[in-house]
Design a protein around this ligand. Structure first.
Ligand SMILES: [Zn+2]
Ligand SMILES: [Zn+2]
Length: 335
């Protein structure tokens, strides 16, 4: 069995030396998911110790795809010694617990996503308050929770996690990856950066999707401004001027800085569109979301509320919108 595949001698056209990111020997394993997002990527680093970054959700198809991908690299699931999770979304970590059990691998993830790794998506009380303040009918919460329940079979809770922190160095056979805490898409989202310009990006940067910073709450129930956080994380990574990004979904991105600029521009444009919906008459978040999107199911309503409230956060920060409370509802208008 090929245990440690030889360093590939691949030279980029015009490059003076093989880029270190190729030396990293990242192997992308595309894993099918039953979720609307489509397939998710796991990445295998065959160096010492054999490391898997993200695992895919817990389904039989996922396991088959993972076994096939590892097999192509000459490895088996029980030979994985380390699992690093970019963030606590089901499509990325769902099968980590079963792989951990089978292989004894140590699993790493950021502490801020520990509640998600344990299966606590949202505290129902916080969510209920958010929906009420957004102006949604009380029945929405129940139907939303019913929809979410269907997702629970896609992961096993993961109580044994070693905490990663910003700045941690992850050693590999022939180099190191630096942990970058990039909150926004998820509070505990991390990227892994190789100093020669490769970024394992998780869902921070995707080529064809604009990653959604979903609403999140502090333990006390205060809503966290996830879109401003996400944009800050993008700007931080932009400064690294990476050569290639390995995203959580889709093929490697050759010009990550270009894509980051597009994402920032997209949010700027979207912010102006939201601003244009605001007038002197106060509107609820639900009303604004309905004006923007049509015919949404429960999950997409949640994503749309997150998107719009994120832009309202930015506009309030810029003093171009205001929010006031009327009874249990929050109302937004132009300023
Ligand atoms: Zn995600
Ligand atoms: Zn994802």
């Amino acid at each position: 069995m090929l245990r440690t595949p030889g360093r590939r001698e691949v030279w980029l056209r015009g490059a003076e030396k093989p880029s270190a990111y190729l030396a990293m020997q990242i192997q992308r394993i595309e894993i099918p998911t039953p979720l609307p997002v489509g397939p998710v990527n796991a990445y295998f680093l065959p160096g010492d110790p054999p490391t898997l970054i993200d695992t895919g959700p817990k389904t039989e198809e996922t396991r088959a795809a993972l076994e096939a991908g590892l097999g192509a690299a000459g490895f088996r699931v029980d030979e994985i010694r380390r699992i690093i999770l970019t963030h606590g979304h089901t499509d990325h970590f769902g099968s980590a617990a079963s792989i951990q059990e089978q292989s004894g691998a140590e699993v790493f993830g950021h502490d801020a996503d520990r509640p998600k790794f344990n299966g606590e998506r949202w505290l129902v009380g916080h969510l209920s308050k958010f929906f009420t303040e957004a102006g949604l009918p009380p029945a929405f919460l129940q139907s939303f929770l019913d929809t979410l329940r269907g997702y629970r079979e896609l992961f096993d809770p993961l109580p044994r996690i070693t905490a990663l922190q910003d700045g941690d160095q992850v050693s590999m056979g022939n180099g190191r990856l630096r942990v970058l805490h990039c909150p926004g898409h998820s509070q505990g989202h991390v990227c892994l950066y190789h100093e020669d310009g490769a970024l394992i990006a998780g869902d921070l940067i995707l080529e064809t999707i604009s990653p959604n910073p979903v609403v999140e709450f502090t333990v006390e129930g205060k809503r966290i401004p996830t879109l401003p956080q996400y944009l800050q994380s993008l700007r931080r990574v932009l400064l690294l001027n990476c050569e290639v990004a390995y995203p959580g979904h889709g093929a490697p991105i050759a010009n990550p800085s270009g894509r980051i600029r597009e994402l920032i521009a997209h949010h700027d444009e979207r912010k102006e569109q939201v601003r244009a919906l605001l007038g002197p008459t106060a509107k609820t978040l639900h009303e604004l979301t309905q004006e923007f999107y049509h015919e949404l199911d429960h999950i997409n309503t949640m994503l749309a509320l997150s998107e719009i409230v994120g832009h309202l956060d930015l506009l309030i920060e810029e003093k171009r919108a205001s929010v006031q409370r009327r009874g249990r509802t929050l109302l937004y208008k132009a300023k």
